[in-house]
Write a protein that binds this ligand. Structure first.
Ligand code: NAD
Ligand code: MN
Length: 524
């Protein structure tokens, strides 16, 4: 035993001696204790070494070859007889077939929701509804690892984010609204709150489960029943959520989930027997829905696009601000409606901010979204990648300067490197249109008034960020920004208790918090 250990020791020593060690000595050692002038300071990320692969295991995840519609508490084949594929955008592999609901299927789902509303859900005391929501929240927590992996596989977002941000927030939304079920009379004191009936809810692909939670939890808490339509590239986790509803023994028909693309969504919006439409998606589709719903009894909330200003003042803590810029635009591949996609930097700190930003994006790891070290995952679809490329081309053609780190992207799948533009003017398309990818447009300003004016110079008004050392400046600026959410010295922070929503072409109505209840009630 001892001899063997000795032998092994010898062997490793022998091997080690073969490795040549090279000692590099700095000619003039850098004295890190001497503070460099601000112009020469650099961020150091200790990134001179590679990360070993750290993939999250996915071989035990059960993906069905086919997902049916969830109507009346059961999984049923679509009357249309049609299915479409959902792929993993990081590998381009087909994961499953998804049912394509037609008008007939939509009608069955709405009828089932109406029956459940009349017979069960609207009659049930709030505290009983609450028990179901708590149960759902707990089941989501129990299955959160599996759901996070599925979310990453079907949508391309990093496991780091789906595990640590999406799923905890999904459960938190159900917990939060579970608590409101039996307290609605306190949410709006002196007024009588009544549920609306059947809600038709349409969601996008950037936060599939989280958007489902934003829609379903408050609607159910208020006593409505639901027909939910996920986005066509990311339907799989919604169907696993349907299994959770079954497991929670939700009365059948209270939640129905129909899958399909724009036509399915349109059929839902146009259905005669719906009391409320809640839509999150593009401004273009939002406008069409607004037209379609006009003149009907349907109540409507729209959560649409954005082109948020992130404003950095000279007195801001620059290193923290750079981190805020990074999370503001590169979080979730920039597929975020409230992304800080227009950066306004006060002229005095323009040079150091740009230098630090350039250094920082070189450290972001782009690639396998299932790897726990990945910072930027796959672009959700080929279509979205083409849209990003088209807008970036327009930026280059219109004269802005594109800055991208040098990195190798995987051969298969849809990828875009973290990028930013300098030399952007207000008339450039990249300053006006939503890119919805990891691309930032940088502009400068001189005075606070100029910052406010330029920040508000957009058809959107969803969110904004302000970075400064002065509390008084924060209050002054925040009150003048026309944006539904303004973050100060932070960015992209979400909580179920905090309302979220837009002004102008970013939509109307609020989701989250007490405000989020109002969209699902009539108040007398
Ligand atoms: P999209 O509008 O094309 O699709 C959103 C959803 O609407 C999908 O489920 C889609 O199938 C459905 N749909 C498409 N056409 C429809 C129609 N005619 N009638 C009814 N439903 C229809 O948008 P997208 O490309 O999937 O998502 C990206 C957009 O969503 C971005 O502009 C982004 O800003 C916005 N978004 C906004 C928020 C928010 O909270 N404000 C959140 C996420 C995304
Ligand atoms: Mn997919």
């Amino acid at each position: 035993m001892k001899a063997r250990r000795l032998k092994r020791k010898m062997a490793t020593r022998k091997k080690a001696s073969r490795v040549q060690t090279v000692v590099v000595r700095e000619k003039a050692p850098i004295n890190y204790r001497v503070a460099l002038p601000p112009g020469q300071r650099r961020l150091s990320f200790n990134d001179r070494w590679d990360y070993a692969p750290a993939p999250e295991a996915s071989n035990y995840i059960k993906i069905k070859p086919r997902y049916q519609l969830f109507i009346g508490g059961k999984f049923v084949a679509p009357r249309s007889g049609k299915y479409f594929g959902s792929i993993n955008p990081a590998t381009e592999e087909k994961l499953a077939e998804i049912a394509d609901a037609n008008r007939h299927d939509v009608d069955l789902a709405v009828k089932s929701a109406r029956r459940a509303y009349n017979n069960v859900w609207s009659k049930m005391p709030g505290r009983e509804r609450g028990k179901y929501l708590y149960r759902i929240a707990r089941l989501i927590q129990e299955k959160s690892r599996e759901l996070a992996i599925l979310e990453t596989m079907d949508g391309g977002k990093t496991i780091k984010e789906s595990r640590d941000i999406d799923l905890p927030l999904v459960a938190a939304h159900f917990f939060y609204y579970a608590g409101w079920c039996d307290k609605l009379q306190y949410a709006f004191p002196g007024r009588k709150a009544r549920s609306l009936g059947v809600a038709g809810q349409i969601i996008p692909w950037n936060f599939p489960l989280l958007m489902a939670a934003w829609k379903l939890a408050p609607a159910l808490a208020c006593g409505n029943t639901c027909v939910l339509k996920p986005a066509e590239t990311t339907s799989i986790t919604a169907m696993h959520l349907a299994e959770i509803f079954q497991e929670a023994e939700m009365p059948e028909g209270v939640v129905n989930i129909i899958t399909g693309a724009g036509e399915t969504g349109r059929a839902l919006v146009e259905h005669q027997n719906i009391d409320k439409i809640a839509f999150t998606g593009s401004t273009e589709v939002g406008k069409r829905i607004l037209h379609s719903v006009a003149g009907t009894k349907k109540k409507l909330t729209l959560e649409l696009g954005g082109k948020a200003a992130n404003i950095i003042f000279e007195d801001a803590p620059i290193d923290q601000a750079v981190e805020g810029i990074i999370s503001g635009i590169y979080f979730n591949q920039g597929h975020v409606c409230c992304a800080g996609s227009r950066l306004f930097v006060q002229e005095g700190v323009f040079a150091p901010v740009i230098r630090k930003l350039r250094d920082r994006i070189a450290t972001l790891r782009v690639g396998n979204p299932l790897d726990k070290n990945t910072d930027i995952g796959a672009i959700n679809s080929r279509m979205q990648l083409e849209k990003i490329c088209e807008l970036v081309d327009s930026g280059v053609k219109q004269g802005a300067k594109l800055i991208q780190p040098r990195l190798r992207l995987p051969a298969k799948g849809y990828w875009y490197p973290p990028s930013f533009f300098t030399g952007v003017t207000a008339s450039h398309r990249i300053a006006q249109e939503e890119i919805f990818g990891p691309v930032l447009s940088v502009m400068t300003f001189r005075t606070p008034d100029e910052a406010i004016e330029r920040a508000n110079n957009t058809p959107y008004g969803l969110s904004a960020g302000v970075w400064t050392d002065k509390g008084s400046k924060i209050f002054k600026i925040v009150n003048k920004l026309r944006a539904g959410v303004v973050w100060a010295n932070t960015y992209n922070k979400f909580d179920p208790t905090s309302p979220f929503g837009g002004y102008k072409e970013s939509g109307f109505g609020r989701e989250g918090g007490v405000h989020g209840l109002a969209g699902y009630l009539t108040l007398n």
